[in-house]
Design a protein around this ligand. Structure first.
Ligand code: ADP
Length: 244
């Protein structure tokens, strides 16, 4: 939050946002399942100007061994932003923000994956942010779910994710970078649509109880939209494009 550009109009008198979208309109989303031949599963997502590649490896042996669990497989997630992914070069060393996002994505995926049949193993999820424009954790979580499914990892459901938020006292869907910087609130949501369960919910900013409920509603509806695109990406890979 904070208002980098005080003159920017986040919502004009016709209800149009700074990038031309309506309040409930997501950015353009393109998801592709597969693509990395050396990974067990992979996915690529473009979510507005975010471009993110995910590779999944495993279930495989855990090194060092003492990190393994004799009762279940474990999930490990590394979210990494390329130095060239943002306007000003990012230090390639893992930042506190990347460590936090790796942790929240891991915790958001854990309710979906069923690793109890793979004791002593690990499933590794590598997330490479090639271009960032606000909402990378949601885009990455969405693509990671598709990559896990592509790897054949047994899952209860896929996690679809998108952020709701507030600009100019109005609840909006899919917060972009400018809205994240200059807006009033940003609420990333991860949701398992078939199970109707939220697995990620964060909030940066201040909302009234009514706005909070509205953001959750708008975000969950957005996740349902994203879910259809995740399923389509897998369908296109395994059954061919345009084949319903
Ligand atoms: P998210 O990407 O999930 O929205 P944040 O709210 O932390 O996560 O970041 C918002 C946006 O800020 C990112 O998507 C990215 O465009 C930008 N950003 C993050 N880190 C940096 C950085 N080190 N330098 C420049 N821009 C950054």
């Amino acid at each position: 939050m904070g208002g980098r550009d005080a003159t920017m109009v986040l919502l004009d008198e016709n209800g149009i946002r700074c990038d031309g979208r309506k309040v409930d309109e997501p950015r353009r989303i393109m998801i592709r399942a597969g693509g990395l031949k050396n990974a067990d599963g992979s996915a690529y997502i473009e979510f507005g100007d975010n471009k993110i590649l995910v590779g999944v490896f495993g279930p495989r042996d855990v090194h060092p061994k003492h990190m393994s669990d004799t009762d279940t497989g474990i999930l490990r997630v590394r979210y990494h932003m390329e130095p060239f992914s943002v306007g000003e070069r990012k230090n390639p060393a893992p930042s506190r923000r990347e460590i936090e996002i790796s942790k929240v994505i891991k915790e958001a995926l854990e309710p979906a994956v069923m690793l109890d049949k793979f004791p002593r193993t690990a499933v590794d999820v590598f997330i490479e942010v090639l271009q960032a424009d606000g909402g990378t954790r949601c885009a990455a979580l969405t693509a990671a779910s598709v990559a896990l499914a592509d790897a054949g990892i047994p899952m209860r459901d896929m996690v679809a994710a998108i952020a709701a938020g507030k600009v100019a006292d109005t609840v909006i869907l899919d917060v972009n970078n400018e809205e994240d910087q200059a807006g009033q609130a940003d609420m990333p949501i991860g949701y398992m649509p078939s199970l109707k369960k939220i697995t990620l919910l964060q909030l940066d900013g201040v909302l009234t109880p009514e706005e909070y409920k509205k953001c959750v509603d708008v975000g969950v509806k957005g996740c349902e939209l994203v879910y259809e695109l995740q399923k389509k990406a897998l369908h296109d890979k395994y059954f061919g494009k345009g084949d319903d």
